[in-house]
Design a protein around this ligand. Structure first.
Ligand code: 5GP
Length: 113
């Protein structure tokens, strides 16, 4: 990725976040504009712009991110939740550093808008 995104700045400690989980591969923090009572983002330390840029060599990392999202959701006390990855602007992606949304704490409608 050429320009540092807001999540790159969060990873480098240049801007603050409310962190809820961290390990050698990823961090999780609360979304600044929550769309549900629980809204957490899980991001890899590796600067992948989106799922489009991920390849076979990221298989382990992608699996890890999913398992971390589940661990974090359970630690938040959620029984049910939604995990979302917006990929590309037309799908709603606004920050071009791969991230998983964890949304829960209210009834979530389907299909999304
Ligand atoms: P996207 O629309 O790319 O799927 O999701 C980006 C998310 O990042 C949005 O839900 C937005 O509220 C969140 N976000 C944007 N800037 C910041 C920030 O500086 N701090 C935090 N914690 N979340 C942010």
């Amino acid at each position: 990725m050429s320009e540092e995104t807001i999540f790159g700045k969060i990873l480098r400690g240049k801007i603050p976040c409310e962190e809820v989980y961290s390990d050698s591969e990823c961090i999780a923090f609360r979304d600044v504009q929550p769309q549900a009572p629980t809204h957490i983002l899980v991001i890899p330390r590796k600067p992948l712009a989106s799922l489009k840029e991920a390849s076979e060599k990221d298989s382990k990392l992608l699996g890890h991110l999913l398992l971390v999202s589940s661990k974090v959701a359970k630690a938040e006390g959620l029984q049910d939740w939604r995990t979302v990855i917006n990929t590309g602007s037309a799908a709603g992606q606004t920050v071009f550093h791969l991230h998983l949304h964890i949304l829960g704490g209210r009834k979530l409608d389907w299909p999304p808008g």
